[in-house]
Ligand binder design. Sequence first.
Ligand code: ADP
Length: 243
Amino acid sequence: MTLLEVDGISVSFDGFQAINGLSFAIGEPELRAVIGPNGAGKTTFMDIVTGKTRPDSGRVLWGETNRNILGQSESAIARLGIGRKFQKPTVFEDQTVRENLAMALKDRRGPFSVLFGLPADEGRLLDFAEEVGLAAQLDRLAGELSHGQKQWLEIGMLLAQEPRLLLVDEPAAGMTPAEREHTTDLLKRLARRHAVVVVEHDMDFVRRLDCRVTVLHEGRVLAEGSLDHVTQNQDVIDVYLGR
Ligand code: ADP
């Protein structure tokens, strides 16, 4: 099933056309890599889907009803089930892994559970810790975790928000080979139940993900298909070689 469809999106910044008639769809479940050279529009695409940037034209269609969600606030879009993970991990370093996850769980349950200090559901908290591979680290301070573990914690916190679509920006950047492997497995596992869009520069990592790839260039789709398919496309080769 198609979960998200961007349809004819265009946006310009001070006369510069950053996104130019962008159209493509993401299924649920699905793992998709979005690649493209610097300035291709990958970040702006995520900004538009999450409601941070409003395009000049086009539609963003969501869910079973194909509802156009453009114009909704960032928090309303997050509540629909669109979660975003930025490249730099933003966990609470002076809190434990358990406290970080508990906060994300309470956040999902709304302001009253935070206000009245209601405990987070320990069972669900453990599920999320296990899912991202941090069950043995629950009582460690997030600030003591490795870079990779912090990234997984943040993915766990995102999962606590019960997203249907996860937008993940360069998840393996700065990771050790073992952490990259764990991250590959984690993303593949998540993509059995969720729509997962990975924005990525690192072609070796994209190859490991072994998924459909969308290549952006100058704010539109240049090619789409398996990594082998798109890397044989002459337009893609020209763009990457800067011709
Ligand atoms: P990518 O993430 O693929 O590197 P971006 O989406 O960040 O590309 O940027 C696409 C283009 O739009 C770039 O040329 C960038 O300089 C420009 N751009 C993005 N955001 C803004 C902004 N807020 N103001 C002006 N130009 C912007």
